[in-house]
Design a protein around this ligand. Structure first.
Ligand SMILES: Cc1ncc(COP(=O)(O)O)c(C=O)c1O
Length: 455
């Protein structure tokens, strides 16, 4: 692997000098919760930044530092922080409904459910829940009940939420994960036991020959193939790969699940489903469709979702429930967000600004002779430090992740926030001015980083 010389100590010192309030809070947090965070993803070395306030494209931390925010809560915020449409919707729920949750069905959930269903699986059915993880969990349960088969196939490096059934081969050590063309399931979590691994099949993304061979071998036991149609939300499946996968899963009668929790309303309004013009059997949604409030949705073939019908005899249906499923706040705020994104020109402007930043970052790196690859569609992208095309998990692992991690730390020090090593997500609140400012701060960060080793 090719690596830059950088002075890690210096970069960490600069970060620490700028964020003493976060360091203090992290110490306190360690006394309350393991590792000081409420979700594994929120931790990074030496400690996470504690945010205090947000507006539009900006966030401010507890030390008063201002950042242009590209985390956008892991892509969940499409309109930016505190958008008027979101505020108005929250107020109108309280004013007109008089509560945050009834515990009964509402008209709004039917209306919003129809919008999402018509976009992601016209003629199909939909069910709401409260997170992406709940959506993927339900998709897999439905597939197992529908096919009466046990085993789940997923792609190496694809993430489907923190649930034991799907926590294998998301971030395996490549040395332990078998040959690239025939990867072996590796547990990502201590609770994933041998039994679960025996029911798990790993596929190599963007390698059709190997994927086809494995699918044909395992077909009779497979309940579904679940995938991120863009790995990490940004690395596309090749056209030929995606079309062949759809055809083969259809021919072999294996339900195909698109996990669009990241890509839904990000790569296109209709997600990867629209981008590829492929109709999977089930689509999982989350993040943006809640407009910043917790939500998940499963959309798909009526015949498959029909297993959820509570009128079916207990034990013959798939029992699925949840106190907050379809709660009016998430449904109304989600609807307002999606409506705003679907206004004429809105999504295009998000794509245009995203493309402008992506090009600016790529140009700044190219000018400095730094080899890199860009990936992404629509309202998000990522950068990988490698001279080779990035088409799979192993390509990502072969890139210079250490340089990336320290560049992201330096970006934070210079007022650009994204979780180190995570993707860039934009929103309708990001202006042309934000993009120019970010390009400047990006150039400064790269220069500081590369200079750190020289001096
Ligand atoms: C593709 C994908 N699926 C599922 C999930 C889980 O969603 P949640 O964090 O809402 O449970 C995520 C979260 O980032 C995701 O990116």
């Amino acid at each position: 692997m090719w690596a830059f010389r950088i002075d890690e100590k210096k970069i960490i010192q600069r970060f620490e000098a700028r964020t003493p309030g976060s360091a203090k809070l992290f110490l306190r947090a360690e006394g309350v919760t393991p590792g000081g965070v409420m979700a594994a993803i929120k931790f990074f070395d030496p400690y996470p930044v504690y945010m205090k306030r947000a507006h539009g494209s900006r966030v401010w931390d507890v030390d008063g530092n201002e950042y242009v925010d590209y985390l956008m809560s892991y892509g969940a915020l499409a309109l930016g922080h505190g958008a008027k449409a979101v505020r108005d919707s929250i107020e109108s729920v309280m004013d007109s409904l008089g509560t945050t949750v009834f515990g009964t069905p509402t008209e709004e959930e039917i209306a919003y459910g129809s919008v999402l269903r018509d976009l992601y699986h016209p003629g199909g059915s939909l069910r709401f829940m409260n997170s992406g993880l709940e959506a993927t969990t339900l998709a897999v349960r439905l597939a197992r009940a529908h096919t009466k088969r046990k085993r789940i196939a997923k792609f190496e490096g694809h993430y489907h939420g923190a649930v034991d059934r799907l926590l294998f081969s998301y971030s395996p050590e490549v040395e332990k994960a078998g040959e690239a063309g025939s990867p072996v399931p590796i547990a990502d979590s201590a609770d994933v036991d041998r039994g679960l691994l025996n029911d798990s099949v790993v596929l190599p993304f963007n390698d059709w020959e190997s994927t086809e061979r494995i699918l044909e071998r395992e077909a009779s036991d497979l309940a579904c193939v679940i995938m991120e149609p863009f790995e990490e939300g940004v690395i596309p499946g090749d056209w030929g790969f995606m079309k062949s996968l759809r055809k083969a899963t259809r021919d072999l009668k294996i339900p195909l699940v698109f996990d669009e929790v990241k890509t839904g309303f990000r790569v296109r309004v209709g997600g990867a489903t629209e981008f590829y013009s492929i109709v999977p059997d089930i689509v999982c949604l989350g993040k943006i469709i809640g407009g910043g409030l917790p939500i998940g949705a499963v959309v798909g073939e009526e015949e498959i979702l029909a297993h959820l019908d509570p009128r079916k005899k207990r034990g013959t249906n798939v029992f699925h429930s949840g106190t907050f499923n379809g709660n009016p706040l998430s449904v109304n705020v989600g609807r307002a967000t999606v409506d705003a994104l679907m206004r004429p020109g809105a999504f295009d402007s998000l794509c245009r600004r995203t493309d402008s930043l992506r090009r600016g970052i790529s140009a700044a790196l190219a000018e400095r002779g730094i080899r890199h690859q860009m990936a992404g569609e629509g309202g998000m992208f990522n950068v990988y430090f490698t001279s080779k095309p990035v088409r799979s998990y192993r390509d990502v692992k072969g890139s210079d992740l250490r340089f990336r991690r320290f560049l992201d730390l330096e970006l934070i020090t210079n007022g650009v926030y994204l979780k180190p090593e995570n993707r860039y997500c934009l929103s309708l609140a990001h202006s042309d001015g934000d993009i120019s400012l970010t390009k400047e701060r990006f150039e400064k960060s790269v220069d500081n980083l590369t200079a750190s080793a020289a001096s």
